[in-house]
Design a protein around this ligand. Sequence first.
Ligand code: SAM
Length: 258
Amino acid sequence: THFGFETISEAQKEARVGAVFSSVASSYDRMNDLMSLGIHRLWKDHFVRSLNPGSRDSETGWNILDVAGGTGDIAFRMLDHATNVNLDLKTKVTIADINADMLAEGQKRAQETPYGNSGRLSFVQGNAEHMPGIDSNSVDLYTVAFGIRNFTNKDAALREAFRILKPGGVFACLEFSHVNSSLFNAFYKRWSFGAIPLIGQLVAGDRDSYQYLVESIEQFPTQEEFKSMIEDAGFIAPGQGYENLTGGIASIHRGVKP
Ligand code: SAM
């Protein structure tokens, strides 16, 4: 059932992605730690720090939308940063995710943070490709971490991000990417195709979901291709347009809405 390379309809892909995340929701963090040797936490810390959410002198704070926000990993970091670094108690984050099980896990975890009942965190269920509940030109920062790879229609999601961002607003994506050194790539491929499905089987009892995750990384556009997709949606990519993390295992792409 290595469905990554099969030709499947959009509805089938969406249903399968749904099944994968329902299956991994409760073991999600433990698996991420094992699969990335804990590095995903450093990448997420860096992602949030580099975006520097919140502002010392804004009366309203930032309106942040974390799409595919699942278990809240990025949203909690955003609020921590705004609060502790920028002394901003107004910035708010909305977590949007297509999967009710991932959102439920995020809601449960939010209760263990200072933000659970603060009014600064909200959860909406929805598809990133079409978010009619979110007004045009209303969001300061749109983040998506390890999510866009799973979207059926990535261009539609980028266009939707463009619509809902304010002019000057930032689209920021943290995603698995492509390793640029062939020697490092050889080791990395052995790890991802060999060890990750096995770890998935042993720890979560679910080899297929983790096999899917590995295959979806392989299929994701290269850094340059993804940068072009962001520009095609109307964004301006600042500088090189992306930053490679750990030799390109992951990368951060940014786009600014003019
Ligand atoms: N952002 C979190 C993180 O970094 O830990 C969760 C990432 S998790 C790998 C991917 C998430 O994307 C899942 O919660 C899944 O439900 C969500 N997702 C997949 N397709 C989606 C779509 N079309 N719209 C919104 N969310 C989607």
